[in-house]
Write a protein that binds this ligand. Structure first.
Ligand SMILES: NC(=O)c1ccc[n+]([C@@H]2O[C@H](COP(=O)([O-])OP(=O)(O)OC[C@H]3O[C@@H](n4cnc5c(N)ncnc54)[C@H](OP(=O)(O)O)[C@@H]3O)[C@@H](O)[C@H]2O)c1
Length: 454
């Protein structure tokens, strides 16, 4: 059903709201506008918009009401006093937020007799009204269908599902993708920049690379949905080796390659879980169970057991308490040229025993460094970034073992038990420890220091 001249009210005339109202006017929709700061309506009124002198009046003017303000607190502040006026209205909320609050708002609107679509805008104001914008809508399909043509005035309108939370979820999924791509590009520009290559020379090749990766997505999506990960192109083991090259190059050139180091940490976990021979799609297993939140893994990375109370720690700062609950840290070992080698690790601190355990892989630089010089230092930082703790000590290495029931693997089993309790499949764990050539670092801590600075 088309409704090209549906009257629409737009509440919120910030940068985005003005673009939305302008696009509706351009398509000939009778458009009523309201903004807390009334002057922002001036240009739109000059283009034919009708100014409303209250939110109530804006709701009364049109069957379809678009809200686009800073956040959901503002949405609530605007709509709560006029709840009765929502009866019979369709509210399309294009304010950014999260899925839970979107669902809650939908319930609240329907409790007042209104219908609700939650939306997400994948575009900037300049793209609104054009083909490059994409606007996602979540909520009852019949409501979307009724106004699809009107909403199409803002840019391609995509219904993502009846669940009101889905537009926000798609939004955050795309945002995460964006930063992954951008960080990769900026890191690449820094690596090439170290050799004097301008970013403009890299950009065309980067675009081509993104295109290549784009081509893999549909196949990987099928594998993720099926839960099987045949490596038709390359295995995670192969990716891991390539990540090591990137990190080594970054370290040599003094370029920050932390984002690749994080990718390596995740890939190492996938390998430890038995996915070394799988396609990259198997990395989904690592994103579905963030170990930082405390889930045991086959690798034996410890759980974040309900750790020492953070509040207690702030009263009199205790760096050992921070060490105890930290599951990510930077391990410093000493390279053959005397420089420190810094490696992200997942430590487990057994305070009572005064030792820190790290499960590592034979052949990695940190493992080789510790065999040459056992002095090690581990630094951890609190999640809010305001506290840090450093432990110094001497490391001993156990393994790698070749026998799943030999003493080297037994040491890893013991470490896992202490850190995380019983593993769901000890046979699998033992096999992975051998296959991955896992080594257990046990660092006897002789000095701990740290500070809370905020
Ligand atoms: N701009 C973009 O590129 C873009 C892209 C995608 C999504 N979005 C989303 O669109 C929404 C609006 O963004 P924007 O760029 O238009 O922001 P903006 O230019 O900062 O405008 C914010 C709007 O919210 C209103 N507002 C804030 N608090 C309010 C309150 N308590 N009561 C009444 N009105 C209030 C402001 O009114 P006043 O004018 O009176 O201050 C203004 O109309 C955000 O959720 C944003 O995430 C924006």
């Amino acid at each position: 059903m088309t409704d090209e001249r549906t009257p629409v009210s737009v509440i919120g005339l910030g940068l985005m709201g003005r673009a939305l109202a302008g696009a509706l006017l351009a398509e000939g929709h009778p458009t009523t506008v309201w903004n807390r700061t009334a002057e922002k309506a001036t240009d739109l009124v000059a283009q034919g918009a009708r100014p409303a002198d209250s939110v109530d009046a804006a709701l009364a003017s049109s069957p379809l009401v678009i809200v686009c303000v800073t956040d959901y607190d503002a949405v609530r502040a605007l709509l709560t006093p006029v709840g009765a006026a929502l009866d019979g209205r369709v509210v399309v909320n294009l304010t950014s937020g999260d899925s839970a609050v979107a669902r809650g708002t939908a319930e609240w609107v329907s409790g007042r007799g209104g219908s609700y679509l939650d939306g997400a805008i994948l575009a900037g104001p300049a793209e609104i009204g054009g083909d490059k914008a994409a606007l996602l809508y979540a909520g009852p399909r019949p409501v979307f269908d009724r106004y699809a043509s009107t909403l199409g005035s803002l840019g391609p309108a995509i219904h993502v599902g009846d669940d009101h939370g889905l537009s926000s979820l798609y939004d955050v999924a795309v945002l995460g993708l964006m930063w992954g791509i951008l960080n990769g590009f900026v890191q690449g520009a820094a690596l090439l920049g170290a050799a004097g290559v301008p970013a403009t020379a890299f950009a065309p090749l980067a675009s081509r690379g993104i295109g290549t990766v784009t081509g893999w997505l549909a196949g990987y999506a099928t594998q993720i949905d099926d839960g099987t990960y045949p490596a038709d192109d390359s295995t995670i083991d192969v990716h891991l080796a390539a990540m090591a090259h990137v990190i080594a190059e970054g370290e040599t050139l003094g370029v920050n390659v932390e984002s690749t180091a994080l990718a390596r940490t995740l890939a190492e976990r996938a390998v430890a879980d038995g996915h070394g021979g799988s396609s990259y799609a198997a990395m989904i297993t690592q994103f579905r169970k963030p170990t930082a939140e405390g889930e045991p893994t086959s690798e034996g990375r410890p759980t974040a057991d309900p750790a020492p109370d953070a509040a207690a720690e702030t009263a009199a700062y205790d760096p050992r308490a921070l060490l105890e609950r930290s599951r990510l840290g930077i391990l410093a070992t000493i390279k053959s040229d005397g420089r420190p080698q810094l490696s992200p690790v997942q430590p487990y601190y057994d305070r009572a025993a005064g030792v820190i355990f790290v499960s590592m892989t034979e052949g990695r630089a940190k493992t080789a460094n510790l065999r040459r010089d056992p002095r090690a230092t581990l630094e951890v930082t609190s999640p809010d970034g305001w506290a840090w703790a450093t432990a110094e000590g001497t490391a001993t290495l156990t393994g790698p073992g070749t026998d799943p029931h030999g003493p080297e693997v037994e040491a890893l089993v013991d470490y896992y038990r202490r850190a995380a309790g019983e593993h769901p499949d000890w046979a699998e764990y033992r096999a992975v420890m051998v296959a991955d050539r896992r080594v257990l670092m046990t660092m006897t801590v002789d000095h701990v220091y740290g500070e809370r600075v905020g």
